[in-house]
Design a protein around this ligand. Structure first.
Ligand code: ADP
Length: 535
C-alpha cells in the first residue's frame, strides 16, 4: 500500500458518512451528484461520469464532473457493450477490468482532446443487474492501484443501492403523476375508497357529476357521495364489503340533494381488503339516444305503415270486381296512391341518406353559387307547391360574394327548413327567408322564420341530433327527426354553421351561415363526416 493511499480506517469512516448522506437523499439528481463527487475525492481522480441504463434506453451519461456532459456522451457507444447482468465465475476478467475496454475509453478521451492518462471503471450493480457504471479518470502519471479499486468497489455497492432507490422513487413519482393526469382527464368519475369505507380521493369528473368538491369530500363515508336512486326515487342500498366486482345503475343524487345524471357505478375491491375503487360512467347521453331510437322506431313504423295502408286500401277498392268505378274516382284514387308513394320515397331517401352519412359515404360536389340569385328560385319553386302559407324573401345588402356549395344538398337544407316551417306553423301564416352578408366574419347568412309555436330553449341544441323530435305538438306531425340532423351534417361539411333562435310562441328562426368564397374558386369534391351526436 503506498503512502498516498487512505488508511483503511479512514476509508471506512468515509464510507459510513457517505452512506448516511446517500440514505438521506432520494432525489436521483442529488444522489448522482453526491456519488460522483465523493468518488472523485475518494480516488483523488480528476474527472469522471456516471452512466445509467435508463428504462427503455441504452446506457446514458447522466452526471459528470471535470468534463462537460456533451463531451462525456462520446463514451456512450462503448458503454453499450456492458452486459446486463454481472458475469458468473469465469477466467476472463470482468468487462470493467478488460484492458481493451480501458484502452478504447482512453482513445475516445484523446479524440475529445481530454488529457486523461488513467482510467478506473466500476459497475453499479443491484442483485446481479448492472444498472450503470461509474468511470473516473486521472490526468497524472499515477495509475490507479488495486487498493483504490477495492475502495471504489465498496463504494460502488453503497452507491448502486442509493441510485437504485432514487430511480425507484423517481419511477414512483412519475407513475403517480401519470396516474393523476389520467384521473384528472378521465371523462368517467373515479373514487378511491379506503378500508374504513371512506372517500380517499375523487377525480374532477366525479366532482362535476356529484357536486362535491375535491377537498370537502375526503374522509366522507362513500355512501354519502355515491348515493343512487332508481326511477321511482327509491334509494339503492350501498354495496356491502365484497370480494367481487359490484355494478349499480341509477340516478346519482348530488350533494345538494337534487337528482343528477343517470350513471353506472362499478365497485372494484382492492387487494388485501384495502378498500375499493368506484368508477362512475354517465349514461344519460346513451339513454337519451336509446329513448329517441325507440321513439324513432315507433314513429317510423307508423310513418311507413300509414301510407302503405292507404295505398293498399285504395288499390284493393279500385280493383273490386263488384263495383264499376267512374273515371273521376279512378283518377282520384291513383292520385292518392301516387302522393303516398312519393311520401314513402322521401322517407326512405331520408333514411338511406342518414345511413349513408353514418357510414361516411356522402359526397359534396362544391361549386361557386350566388345565393342572392339561387335562393329566390328555390323559394318560389317551394312556394308554388305550398299554397297553404305566405312566403317572402329579403336580400339584405347590395353585393353578395358567392359560396362554395353542392346545390343539390343545399336545396335539401333549404327545403327542410321551409318544410318544417310549413309543417309546424299554422296555415295562412308567413314564412320569411332573409339573406345577409356579414363582411366582418366573411359569411353569408340566410334565415328561415316562421310564426309557429317555436322551440323551447332546452330543445334548441337537441333538435339537431338524429331522431330527436320535440314532445307534444311536433310529435303529432309526421317526421322522423332526421331532417335537421342531415341539415347540420351538410352545412358543417360546407364549413358553415346552423342554429335556431326562438322564443316560446314567437315562432322559430333557423339560420345557416356559409363562408364566402372567391368568384373563381375551383370546383371540388369532399366527403361528409357523420356528426358526433354524443357531444
Ligand atoms: P322532423 O321534422 O322530421 O321531425 P327535423 O329534424 O326536421 O325532423 O326536426 C326535428 C324536430 O325539431 C321536429 O320534430 C320538431 O319538434 C322541431 N322543429 C323543427 N323545425 C321546427 C319549427 N320550424 N317549429 C317548431 N318546431 C320545429
Amino acid at each position: 500500500m503506498s503512502g498516498t493511499e487512505l488508511a483503511p480506517f479512514g476509508a471506512h469512516e468515509y464510507l459510513l458518512a457517505l452512506s448516511r448522506a446517500l440514505s438521506r437523499n432520494l432525489d436521483l439528481g442529488t444522489v448522482l451528484h453526491i456519488v460522483l463527487e465523493e468518488a472523485i475525492v475518494l480516488l483523488q481522480a480528476d474527472a469522471g461520469f456516471v452512466a445509467l441504463r435508463l428504462p427503455r434506453t441504452n446506457m446514458r451519461v447522466v452526471a459528470t464532473t471535470g468534463l462537460p456532459l456533451e463531451t462525456a456522451r462520446a463514451f456512450e457507444p462503448l458503454l453499450n457493450s456492458i452486459p446486463q447482468h454481472s458475469e458468473t465465475a469465469d477466467d476472463t476478467p470482468p468487462w470493467w477490468k478488460q484492458p481493451a475496454l480501458q484502452r478504447a475509453l482512453l482513445r475516445v478521451a484523446r479524440r475529445q482532446h481530454l488529457p486523461f492518462t488513467h482510467i478506473i471503471a466500476m459497475p453499479l450493480e443491484v442483485d446481479g443487474d448492472i444498472i450503470g457504471a461509474l468511470i473516473a479518470f486521472r490526468s497524472s502519471e499515477r495509475a490507479f492501484t488495486r487498493y483504490e479499486e477495492r475502495l471504489l468497489s465498496g463504494f460502488a455497492d453503497q452507491a448502486s443501492i442509493a441510485i437504485r432507490n432514487a430511480m425507484l422513487v423517481r419511477q414512483l413519482v412519475q407513475e403517480r403523476e401519470r396516474l393523476a393526469a389520467v384521473l384528472a382527464n378521465s371523462a368517467d368519475g373515479v373514487a378511491l375508497i379506503n378500508a374504513e369505507r371512506r372517500i380517499e380521493l375523487i377525480n374532477p369528473a366525479l366532482a362535476r357529476l356529484s357536486g362535491w368538491n375535491l377537498d370537502d369530500v375526503v374522509g366522507q363515508p362513500f355512501e354519502h357521495v355515491l348515493r343512487l336512486e332508481n326511477e321511482a326515487g327509491v334509494r339503492l342500498p350501498a354495496p356491502a364489503p365484497h370480494r367481487d366486482l359490484v355494478r349499480q345503475e341509477g340516478y346519482l343524487i348530488r350533494r345538494n340533494g337534487t337528482r343528477g345524471p343517470y350513471v353506472s357505478v362499478v365497485y372494484t375491491p382492492l387487494a388485501q381488503g384495502r378498500g375499493m375503487v368506484a368508477s362512475v360512467h354517465d349514461l344519460s347521453e346513451r339513454r337519451a339516444l336509446e329513448a329517441s331510437q325507440r321513439a324513432f322506431i315507433a314513429g317510423i313504423s307508423h310513418e311507413l305503415k300509414t301510407p302503405l295502408a292507404i295505398i293498399i286500401g285504395y288499390a284493393e277498392t279500385l280493383l273490386r270486381d263488384d263495383v264499376q268505378w267512374d273515371e273521376a274516382t279512378w283518377r282520384e284514387g291513383l292520385h292518392v296512391i301516387l302522393d303516398e308513394a312519393q311520401h314513402l320515397t322521401r322517407l326512405v331517401d331520408n333514411l338511406l341518406d342518414a345511413a349513408r352519412l353514418e357510414a361516411g359515404g356522402l359526397q359534396l360536389r362544391l361549386e361557386p353559387v350566388q345565393l342572392d340569385e339561387w335562393l329566390p328560385r328555390v323559394l318560389s319553386e317551394f312556394a308554388r307547391a305550398h299554397p297553404s302559407h305566405h312566403f317572402d324573401i329579403a336580400l339584405d345588402g347590395a353585393a353578395f360574394p358567392p359560396v362554395m356549395a353542392d346545390t343539390g344538398r343545399l336545396r335539401q337544407v333549404v327545403h327542410n327548413l321551409l318544410s318544417n316551417a310549413v309543417k309546424y306553423a299554422p296555415a295562412d301564416t308567413r314564412v320569411s327567408l332573409r339573406l345577409t352578408y356579414d363582411d366582418a366574419r366573411g359569411e353569408l347568412i340566410f334565415c328561415v322564420s316562421d310564426e309557429g309555436p317555436g322551440i323551447p330553449l332546452e330543445e334548441q341544441e337537441r333538435i339537431f341530433r338524429r331522431f330527436h323530435r320535440v314532445e307534444g305538438e311536433a310529435s303529432r306531425t309526421e317526421g322522423a327527426g332526421l331532417g335537421l340532423y342531415m341539415a347540420r351534417a351538410i352545412v358543417e361539411a360546407h364549413g358553415g354553421r346552423i342554429w335556431v333562435e326562438s322564443e316560446p310562441n314567437q315562432g322559430a328562426t333557423f339560420c345557416v351561415a356559409l363562408p364566402a368564397a372567391d368568384d373563381n374558386a375551383p370546383k371540388r369534391t369532399i366527403r361528409i363526416r357523420p356528426i358526433d351526436t354524443t357531444e
